[in-house]
Design a protein around this ligand. Structure first.
Ligand code: NI
Length: 188
């Protein structure tokens, strides 16, 4: 397992459309392990392979169970097969550190995917978990949450991002400004 570098906007690799994983083998399981380690280290609620420069359809998330315990979930070749309702959620992203914006998502989703053993699975999700899955699957299509905003709000949000990054640089801060929103409010 290894902590991998998380790409930040405007890295062009974030805009790539990822490919389906043909076979869930040890290489894919190693990627899943790296994604979890990188996500927990950040810390983030979710992470897509695209964000570490791997163009495969693999995402991980952990929105915690009802008791606040870890509940890691890895989705390979995840696909949303049903949606219902809409929900407005304030999202952040490890690839756009330092800013958040409210994004409209489907409130309830059903997703089909392969687990780390390559077994087909199906799950229903709502609330943060549904938001997070939609956010992460968007990454695999080269989409960031700002791309879900209206044109003017997208522009304003990215301008704010640039300002936050510039402030960090001006303060002589070599590290990027890391988004640490509360797990209740932030996807990744
Ligand atoms: Ni993200």
């Amino acid at each position: 397992m290894a902590i991998r570098e998380v790409l930040t906007w405007p890295d062009p690799r974030l805009l790539e459309v990822a490919s389906d994983v043909p076979l869930v083998d040890d290489a894919v399981r190693a990627l899943i392990d790296d994604l979890f380690e990188t996500m927990y280290d950040a810390p983030g609620v979710g992470l897509a392979a695209t964000q570490i420069g791997v163009p495969w359809r693999v995402v991980v998330l952990d929105t915690r169970d009802d008791d606040g315990e870890k509940a890691p979930l890895a989705l390979v070749n995840g696909r949303i097969v049903a949606r219902e309702g809409t929900i407005l959620w304030r999202e952040g992203c490890l690839s756009l550190p330092g800013i958040t914006a409210e994004v409209e998502r489907s409130a309830h989703i059903t997703v089909e995917y392969l687990d780390r053993d390559g077994q087909p699975q199906r799950l229903e999700a709502e609330g943060l978990k549904a938001v997070c899955i939609q956010h992460e699957l968007d990454h695999l299509d080269g989409q960031l949450y700002v791309d879900r905003l209206g044109r003017l709000e997208r522009k304003a949000t990215l301008l704010e991002y640039e300002e936050v990054q510039a402030e960090g640089a001006a303060e002589g801060d070599a590290e990027p400004v890391v988004e640490v929103d509360t797990p209740e409010r932030s996807a990744s």
